[in-house]
Design a binder for this molecule. Structure first.
Ligand code: AMP
Ligand code: MG
Length: 334
């Protein structure tokens, strides 16, 4: 299959391009499209045969469920069995936006979407291209990140092409994504709402709207609430080491690999400190976690392009989206 990349206006998506993309999805095919978080790989969520193609293209394990994307609250009714009270303030405040909510699922959602479970993850993306595409298809669109399973999530169309060329017919190129890490996932089917994945929207912001929430890591029992979290994720080809403890600790780690190509990902303020590194990449200024989160996945792919053997990442500050970023870096490292 030939993979076409079509440039699209991210603010005012061209009607003709959206129509062609929607046609592919309506015919049971796959389209990669930009969202405000990362690029998604979309299929008609109501057709098991179409959704199966997502798992095949990505090499995604069948027990890792997908997020269903909607364009308005009317569409939510086609997906979920009931809307719990606490969902309303969250939807009002954060939709469209980078928050995924877990609901009880309706029977019309095929098992393959939810990995056989009775809950479904739903999100309304804050991106004109994603919204226009869903609106045009008039069906909920199941879409995980548009990368090969275990690889860093794609924040540019060229990353999608690297991973999925020959496997999907169309990539809509809306430029670099704005946020760069995946959505926050909150489960509202548990007695106390549970954060299953960290993202741009923090647990503090969610608490402010609906009261106490748990972090899935705080659960004692070994039950996996968010299946995606148990897999290796975001992995570059090189070995990745997350280093805290400042420039001395980074230098010490560089010295451990004298015979290897060691790339360092650090902050603008420290970019000239690591003379012994093979290459230094910058996150942006240290007090700008938004910028760091936005660039992290693409920097991992750049290190791979340079054939790095080892990647040393300096720990960013934990405030705001920094917490979610540290989560992603740790997963890329393990
Ligand atoms: P991705 O779309 O690749 O960014 O991954 C979607 C994330 O949402 C994964 O971590 C999934 O495990 C999680 N997820 C999707 N559906 C559910 C669900 N019904 N219950 C819990 N987690 C889910
Ligand atoms: Mg993913």
């Amino acid at each position: 299959m030939k993979t076409k990349i079509t440039k699209i206006n991210r603010k005012k998506p061209e009607e003709k391009i959206i129509r062609a993309a929607a046609k592919i999805i309506k015919n049971g095919g796959l389209v990669a499209f930009p969202t405000e978080t990362v690029y998604g790989l979309g299929a008609d969520a109501l057709r098991a045969g179409a959704v199966k193609k997502i798992f095949e293209a990505k090499g995604r394990p069948a027990d890792n469920p997908l997020i269903v994307h909607i364009c308005d609250e009317k569409m939510l009714a086609a997906v979920v069995k009931e809307i719990p009270e606490k969902a309303f303030p969250l939807m009002k405040k954060f939709w469209p936006g980078p928050l995924t909510i877990i609901f009880k699922k309706k029977n019309s959602i095929p098992d393959i979407v939810t990995a056989g479970g009775n809950t479904v993850a739903v999100r309304m993306p804050a991106h004109p291209v994603a919204l226009a595409l869903i609106e045009k298809t008039r069906v909920p669109v199941a879409a995980p990140s548009a990368n090969i399973s275990t690889r860093p999530s794609p924040t540019e169309a060229k990353h999608v092409y690297e991973d999925l060329k020959g496997k999907i017919p169309l990539i809509l190129d809306g430029g670099h994504t704005r946020i760069g890490v995946e959505s926050t996932v909150v489960d509202l089917t548990t007695k106390i709402p549970t954060i299953l994945r960290k993202g741009k929207i923090t647990s503090g912001e969610i608490k402010d709207m609906i009261g106490p929430v748990l972090l899935s890591t705080e659960k004692k029992e070994g039950v996996v609430r968010s299946p995606g979290q148990k897999y290796r994720h975001y992995a570059p080809k090189a070995k990745l080491i997350l280093v805290s403890g400042g420039s001395a600790a980074v230098k010490k780690n560089i010295r451990k690999y004298p015979k290897n190509r060691v790339c360092v990902i650090t902050f603008t303020e420290r970019k000239d400190l690591y003379m012994k590194a093979y290459k230094t990449f910058i996150f942006g200024k240290r007090n700008d976690p938004l910028r760091a989160a936005r660039s992290f996945f693409s920097l991992l792919r750049k290190c791979d392009e340079k054939n790095a053997d080892v990647i040393i990442v300096e720990t960013p500050p934990k405030n705001g989206v920094g917490d979610a970023l540290i989560d992603r870096i740790s997963r890329a490292a393990s």
